[in-house]
Write a protein that binds this ligand. Structure first.
Ligand code: ADP
Ligand code: F6P
Length: 453
């Protein structure tokens, strides 16, 4: 089997004792690497004055993790500026939040060129390369310009908007030309695949674009959650509820996650369904993310204010409806909280997949499972037919979804959970990565014989 080279902005370099960054990518790729020779290349997560082009290498479990530092300026232009300030809102259908600056676009391209140079020096002609996410759209083109004929695949973890929307991006054609350099482009949903294919066709370009909805290790997560729910910490949470139903949200603090409307949905639940007052506690865990950007800082202020206002209006001396935590928790602790929750509340305005939705289902106790209230605009909505689907733009619909979930009889909860869990087991993380790599043709003709110049 050829060596696998994974490339992503963040690289989950195993560091004993260190907290890992929350993020779907690290979690999903674990299975792709097991039992084969592999390199995982990307940014070290650090900045330095004069980073050389010699990557730091950590060898662990047969994988060689190779990372390079960025300068402060590179980070500002490539990651904060173009990736998170331009592409992230654009790809999540939020034109009003898109900021475009040419110097950031140029900085983004320059970092991709540098990554390509560093990586090319370490590649063998038969390596199969799998690039992840929007930070690295131009990487294949940069590698091709250095003369590499390897098979290169790309997976986009986030949504892709319809062509007329994408057309608003200045110099968007150049980005589409970059995407067309990949041999295979994987997307989360059929809708995303159709949108990208449409945008490529409109620019006179084409490549193979297919949907590969990302999966998870549902059985493994279920075991972790069952164990975590017996921990002292989870017991403290359970006792603190005093018999009330736990409604739980777990997200990065990101405007794509629909948090203000979610808080307002809880507010509407308490107003419109007074019988639920004092029967529920809503816990939102949302670690601060991308705090360098003003949109993220103002979102945090908005939520601080909303949580305070809603609690002020509804709380009693021994109960407040909202618990709001902006610190990170470990994945294991989260799995225990998810298991204890009677309702998983996942209401992004747009999301590529949303792994938390899947993790909530996997964490449930099959004898008494909770209900997932899920945005119809998350990729996961196409994969979890047993969820209560809501329009996340409407707090009243969220409140109705919550009330339905809280009133749902045991038999219906079990039937919905069984349907969801069966699908989760079917579309595992292993199946996702194997499916993508098989479609990329890693075992077919010798690469390097390249059809390209
Ligand atoms: P995104 O990639 O946009 O952050 P996803 O829901 O697809 O959203 O993936 C998030 C991943 O990060 C999930 O696996 C989830 O368990 C994990 N995660 C989310 N919030 C936290 C947190 N507070 N602490 C640790 N891990 C988290
Ligand atoms: O899942 C989308 C994604 O952008 C990943 O690529 C990334 O690792 C994760 O969200 C967290 O974001 P960030 O790396 O910017 O903290």
């Amino acid at each position: 089997m050829p060596r696998l080279v994974i490339v992503s902005n963040r690289v989950p370099v195993p560091k004993p004792g260190a907290k890992t960054q929350p993020g779907g990518l690290a979690v999903a790729l674990k299975d792709a690497l097991e039992g084969r020779s592999a390199i995982w290349f990307g940014w070290s997560g650090q900045t330095s004055r004069e980073p050389g082009d010699e990557p730091a290498i950590v060898e662990a479990n047969g994988v060689s993790y190779a990372t390079v530092d960025l300068t402060e300026q590179e980070l500002k232009l490539y990651y904060t500026g173009y990736s998170n300030g331009t592409l992230w809102p654009l790809l999540h259908y939020r034109m009003g939040l898109v900021e475009f600056r040419r110097e950031e676009e140029e900085g983004y391209r320059a970092v991709n060129e540098r990554f390509a140079r560093v990586l090319a020096a370490r590649l063998r002609p038969d390596d199969v390369i799998w690039v992840h996410d929007f930070h690295l759209f131009p990487l294949a083109g940069a590698l091709r310009r250095l003369g590499l004929g390897n098979r290169i695949g790309f997976f986009l973890h986030v949504p892709f908007p319809p062509a007329p929307f994408f057309a608003a991006l200045p110099r968007g054609e150049a980005l589409l030309a970059d995407i067309a350099q990949y041999d295979l482009v994987g997307m989360q949903t059929e809708e995303d695949a159709a949108n990208l294919s449409g945008a490529l066709a409109g620019a006179g370009l084409s490549t193979r674009v297919e949907a590969f909805p990302i999966g998870m290790d549902a059985e493994g997560f279920a075991k972790t959650a069952a164990r975590a729910a017996r921990s002292a910490e989870a017991k403290r949470l359970a006792e603190s509820l005093n018999g009330r139903a736990l409604l739980l949200g777990v997200d990065r603090l990101d405007y794509s996650k629909g948090l203000p409307n979610r808080f307002l949905g809880v507010d509407r639940l308490l107003r419109r369904f007074p019988e639920q007052r004092r029967n529920v506690t809503f816990l939102q865990v949302a670690p601060v993310s991308r705090g360098e950007l003003q949109q993220y800082r103002s979102l945090r202020r908005e939520l601080d204010e909303l949580a305070g206002r809603i609690n002020g209006q509804h709380a009693e001396v021994d109960w407040a409806p909202i618990r709001w935590i902006t610190r990170a928790s470990s994945r294991t602790s989260l799995s225990g909280y998810l298991r204890l929750a009677k309702v998983g509340l996942v209401t992004p305005l747009r999301d590529g997949m949303n792994l938390v939705a899947k993790e909530y289902v996997a964490a449930q106790d099959e004898k008494d499972p909770g209900v997932l209230v899920l945005s119809r605009f998350a990729g996961a909505a196409a994969e979890l037919p047993g969820a209560v689907l809501v329009n996340p733009h409407d707090p009243d619909e969220i409140a109705e979804g919550l009330n339905d979930a809280l009133s749902m009889p045991l038999e219906e909860r079990q039937a919905r959970w069984r349907e969801n869990m069966a699908l989760l087991k079917q579309n595992s993380a292993a199946r996702w990565s194997k499916g993508f790599l098989a479609a990329l043709g890693e075992d077919a003709t010798p690469p390097g014989s390249g059809s390209r110049p």
